[in-house]
Design a protein around this ligand. Sequence first.
Ligand code: OOG
Ligand code: NI
Length: 469
Amino acid sequence: MITALPFVHPDEIRARFSSAMSNMYQTEVPLYSDLLQLVAETNNQTMEQSPELTRHLLRTGEIERLNMERHGAIRVGTAAELATLRRLFAVMGMVPVGYYDLAPAGVPVHSTAFRAVHEASLQICPFRIFTSLLRLELIERPEMRQQAVDILAKRNIFTPRLIELIVKHETAGGLADNDTADFITESLETFRWHNQATVSVEIYQQLHDQHRLIADVVAFKGPHINHLTPRTLNIDAVQAAMPKHNIPPKAVIEGPPPRHCPILLRQTSFKALEEKVAFVSSDGQIIQGNHTARFGEIEQRGAALTAKGRNLYDRLLQAAQDQLQTPANEENAAQYMAILSEKFSQFPDNYPAMRAEKLAFFRYFPTEKKLGGSATSIQNLTLDELIGAGFIQFEPLVYEDFLPVSAAGIFQSNLGDKGQNHFAGHSSKQDFQRDLGADVVDELQLYEKTQQRSLTACAAALKLTSLSL
Ligand code: OOG
Ligand code: NI
């Protein structure tokens, strides 16, 4: 009798992959290791100093995922590469969520984030990967565009064994333990750093003159992971401590200002490293040179906002940038932060108000309060009344996604000052989805569903026939 080997759960594959990726990046970029240590120390201190925050992390379970929480970023050059990545990430239960157009901010890419979608899966491993596709159509000179297309057409970023395992997953419905180990080793091959370029130093320079990003995507064997970002509970503290640890931070933290109740995402990064690269001429001659691509980043995550909350966020951020007039930089960083805080005084900074005004998504939990003889008497209570009577508590849902303006700021800080201000050309979500071979998931619907599932669980615990917002 043949017994089928049990499949490893995609959540487990993702957890193993995320940890293997982190180990690989620690050996590739030792400064990332130092950053991890700094973040872990700061997180412990922050929790010691704030019992309220610790209680919140315990209630939502976030405390268990904190130390393994990270996101990475990669950039690819062709539709075929992007579509195969989608199939690769599907093995780990990661699907494309959201569409980010970075062209208006001067970065010739559009992107999505591969991640798990269900709160139970996110709890096991929230690993996400920001994935960008180079928009070759934005390269102005046709002969350069064609050259990039030709170079990219020659490379294969996936090993044959990896493709075999992806197909096996698709046809059999999963991967067994030994295949999982192979899958992880083989996929790391796609994301590791190659210190040999695929082009000559002259071609590299031409690509680089068009845009540094074009050189980074086109001149190498594969989409090297360009950063891995741990999650901190206090980004201001880490930003302040970075220089003392010889980790140079960018001038300003991207995203909202510091708040009592954090929202969305705040991010900062350290400058890209200059790394030695061997360029190969057509006659096989090797010339040593440099390339800067890989950097480090940290982030602090807060509440996921509803469409209404997000509109308010976008409006206040824009107002702050309009008032500053020039892009935030080293000289005006303090002034920018002051303007930002002033603008955001319009965004309520306590959870009950954010809930009442429907600015954020929440997760509802039944409390310890016993029903006693009140099972029938609470039947007709509204959610607000049940909260008021102490039967239900709520916690903000953590934002699992990215912010296009912040992402562009992170890109820019690593692309130097020569970057173009913006690319004309319309946003093309449809083109992106065609290249990806699938539609991207709408993140707002995911938060909505998680919120609703928590209400359903409360209704069951309190023996209510239904419960709605
Ligand atoms: C991606 C930059 C965006 C983030 O956290 O917003 C990003 C890249 O540089 O490839 O990672
Ligand atoms: Ni990032």
